[in-house]
Design a protein around this ligand. Structure first.
Ligand SMILES: [Zn+2]
Length: 261
């Protein structure tokens, strides 16, 4: 364990600075990487700029409220202002990705829309996080860095048409929590992590430290579709590394740490 070791306040993870390897998988097969780029770009703009958002409304508030309608447990994360994390720590190791407050309660109880609205108005630059696992009925596969897409394409034959997000250095794929306890998994394959019970993810339209916003590539749907069996199996594996990680210079992390306080 290096950058993924959990810490009580979830402040361990580090912002990825790797080059995004979009489309560099075995066959470049990630579903959202295909199709005319012009169409995709147009859709991104639409999804990143929800109707009804006003300039003085907190950047992530409307999305946060929408996530509650999907039954997700939503938390506030520190945001990025002028390239810096709003936590104010000059040596912050997870800019824009760590919770503003303890998120222990959020692992078992969902905040109400009223609570979230008040919290975002107090923290207008906050990013938005979604707690994964049973509380949200959600599991997320985090595909990151230069090897993530290659690993992903080795595991799934057919690119699944699942809700997905473009992160700062890869993709998050959303699926339904199957109802039995599921653990996070880390680097069973290079560039692939899973978030389930005891995890969270940074969600759109949060701002990444790179300055890019997280955006939906394939929108959420209700109910969430199930992950393909081969992906779900990663969450129940013993955690042994199936394939060693190639050496990398930089570190990653778009998703939250594996355990909260
Ligand atoms: Zn910070």
């Amino acid at each position: 364990m290096d950058d993924m070791a959990p810490t009580p306040n979830g402040s361990n993870s580090r912002s990825g600075t790797e080059t995004v390897a979009s489309g560099s998988g075995k066959n470049g097969s990630f579903p959202c990487e295909s199709g005319p780029s012009a169409t995709l770009a147009a859709r991104e703009v639409t999804l990143a700029d929800p109707a009804g958002a006003s300039p003085d409304r907190p950047h992530c508030l409307d999305a946060a409220l929408d996530y509650t309608k999907h039954g997700f447990s939503v938390i506030l994360l520190h945001g990025i202002v002028d390239g810096h994390c709003t936590c104010g720590q000059p040596d912050c190791t997870s800019p824009g990705e760590h919770p503003i407050d303890s998120w222990k309660t959020a692992q078992t109880e969902r905040a109400s829309p009223e609570q979230l609205e008040a919290a975002f108005l107090r923290n207008p630059h906050a990013n938005v996080g979604i707690v994964t696992g049973a509380v949200s009925g959600l599991v997320v596969v985090d595909i990151f860095g230069p090897y993530g897409l290659t690993s992903f394409s080795k595991i799934v034959d057919e690119p699944p048409n699942l809700p997905s997000v473009r992160t700062g250095n890869g993709h998050h794929v959303y699926g339904r929590y199957p109802g039995t306890a599921l653990k996070n998994f880390v680097k069973t394959y290079p560039g692939l992590d899973g978030r389930a019970d005891g995890g969270y993810v940074v969600a759109p339209p949060s701002r990444h430290a790179s300055g890019k916003d997280y955006i939906w590539r394939t929108p959420l749907e209700d109910p969430l579709p199930e992950l393909p069996a081969e992906l779900l199996a990663l969450f129940t594996s013993s955690g042994e590394q199936r394939e060693p990680s190639p050496k990398r210079k930089s570190r990653r992390d778009d998703a939250g740490p594996l355990a909260g306080s």
